[in-house]
Ligand binder design. Structure first.
Ligand SMILES: Cc1cc2nc3c(=O)[nH]c(=O)nc-3n(C[C@H](O)[C@H](O)[C@H](O)COP(=O)(O)OP(=O)(O)OC[C@H]3O[C@@H](n4cnc5c(N)ncnc54)[C@H](O)[C@@H]3O)c2cc1C
Length: 436
């Protein structure tokens, strides 16, 4: 036995208050998905002391841990559009371009989507957070928000190693479920009648790329034989990533309730659905999928659950009309992609020159002065949110949240100089050069 090895004689008992930690920062970001990582890295670039918290023991949110697999809404419509969102998007696109097969630009007939290797992207997030000096707090579930009037004073988290209190000047709610706004007692919204379904993503390995069927062939067969295989969703995609011999599959529709026991049950149902879809592909397209097997299930993919009541609600009409708001902070042209029925989704594509915008008003909770939401929990009606929750605009909203809190300092995000904010975000609002 090595001299310094611990011995069984070492004893310890829990003392009162042991394991309670307190940390402070200028900006605390809750949620490290596309929106939260962007907010944290951007705030750090501004010289702010940042703490980035996630309930999962890993960074990256759904982009990494649900294995989403493609960045959507990053480019304007048309086969070779211009890039809508820059800042950290430029950083990770350039970094992943250097890794063989980590990135693939699919210039489809409608727009460009970017396929990415989720493992490489996850490592990019982790290394970037470390290099930026952002303090990560992982496996930390928000369980209490202390509020004084219109200001959040501190957040309390539970971790397996003890409780942690975070005090900050400003807070970003990038939790996807408006966890911070909800626990602060701020008004929030949930879908009224039509639930929005989530999806269990699956990565299949050992596929034969050369024999891949077209999307249309898969869809037609799903419609014809879906019932026979017990498939709930009768459309969806297998994104075959060129050169990697793997496919990320998006072929289930799973309820994502906010009630904890039901959420757990549905998560397991999602995997059952996914296995049925894999069986369908293996049997109906044996040349491509016959020898495939599941390499990984993502964590449950959640689209829309609960979101804030902002100063303004983005509506489907705003999206369709391409309204440019005086306080616009993000843009995209991604279709309305509403997963509101179990067997499929509504898909409303916009013309080539279309752009729609996200106003700052839909990021700022009406009830709070030092909180900004970003990502899939901003204030939008169900159809509008189904477009602006894809990762391109989520990243842009994260950047906007960081800059808004930076400008607000110890004041109110409702009173910042919007022109100054937009000047900082000009690349995400007005740049139209093409990288091709
Ligand atoms: C199946 C599926 C497929 C999709 N496909 C695409 C696609 O191909 N391309 C695309 O661009 N977009 C796609 N989207 C949409 C997009 O992935 C998400 O909307 C986007 O990733 C949301 O990012 P976010 O940062 O807002 O939230 P999330 O990525 O959900 O991050 C929120 C984070 O907050 C943490 N959190 C939540 N509550 C708490 C709490 N109480 N305490 C502590 N931490 C908490 C979570 O652990 C999580 O990591 C898809 C979505 C789904 C579900």
């Amino acid at each position: 036995m090595a001299e310094s090895a611990p011995t069984a004689r070492t004893k310890t008992v829990k003392r009162n208050g042991a394991g309670a930690y307190e940390v402070s920062a200028d900006i605390c970001v809750v949620g490290s998905g596309a929106a939260g990582m962007s907010a944290a890295l951007e705030a750090a670039k501004l010289g702010r002391k940042v703490i980035l918290v996630d309930g999962m023991p890993a960074l990256g949110g759904q982009a990494v841990n649900s294995i989403i697999g493609t960045f959507c809404g990053l480019f304007s419509n048309g086969t070779h559009g211009y890039q809508f969102t820059h800042l950290i998007a430029d950083d990770f696109l350039h970094a992943l371009e250097k890794i063989p097969n980590a990135l693939y630009y699919r210039h489809g007939p409608h727009t460009t989507v970017v396929y990415y290797d989720e493992v490489a992207f996850g490592r990019w997030v982790e290394k970037s957070v470390q290099a930026a000096g952002v303090t990560p707090l992982l496996g930390a579930i928000l369980r209490k928000v202390n509020v004084d009037g219109r200001r959040v004073k501190s957040l309390e988290f539970a971790t397996r190693y003890g409780d942690v209190t975070v005090k900050a000047t400003g807070y970003v709610d990038a939790s996807g479920d408006a966890a911070l706004a909800w626990q602060a007692g701020f008004a929030c919204r949930e879908p009224e009648q039509n639930r929005v379904f989530g999806t269990q993503m699956v990565v299949l390995e050992n596929i034969d790329e050369a024999k891949q069927p077209t999307r249309e062939e898969i869809s037609a067969k799903m419609k014809e034989k879906g019932e026979q295989y017990g498939l709930l969703r009768r459309e969806g995609l297998a994104f075959i990533i060129p050169g990697r011999g793997v496919a990320a599959m998006n072929v289930t529709h799973v309820e994502t309730p906010l009630e904890p026991l039901a959420a757990s049950e549905k998560a397991l149902e999602g995997k059952d659905q996914a296995e049925r879809a894999v069986h369908f592909l293996q049997t109906e397209f044996p040349e491509c999928f016959g020898r495939s097997r599941v390499r990984a299930f993502g964590f449950p993919g959640i689209r829309q659950t609960r979101w804030i009541v902002g100063r303004q609600q983005l509506t489907a009409d705003d999206v369709t009309n391409g309204t440019r708001f005086p306080d616009a902070v993000a843009r995209t042209s991604w279709p309305i992609e509403l997963h509101d029925h179990s067997s499929g989704h509504h898909w409303h594509v916009f013309p080539e020159d279309h752009v729609h915008y996200v106003p700052l008003g839909s990021l700022v909770p009406a009830d709070g002065d030092n909180v900004v939401a970003a990502g899939r929990c901003i204030d939008a009606d169900v159809a509008a949110l189904s477009s602006v929750r894809v990762m391109g605009p989520c990243i842009a909203m994260g950047a906007a949240a960081a800059h808004a809190l930076d400008l607000a300092g110890s004041g109110s995000v409702h009173q910042i100089d919007v022109a100054a904010l937009q000047k900082r975000l000009t690349d995400n609002l007005d740049r139209t050069d093409k990288p091709w």
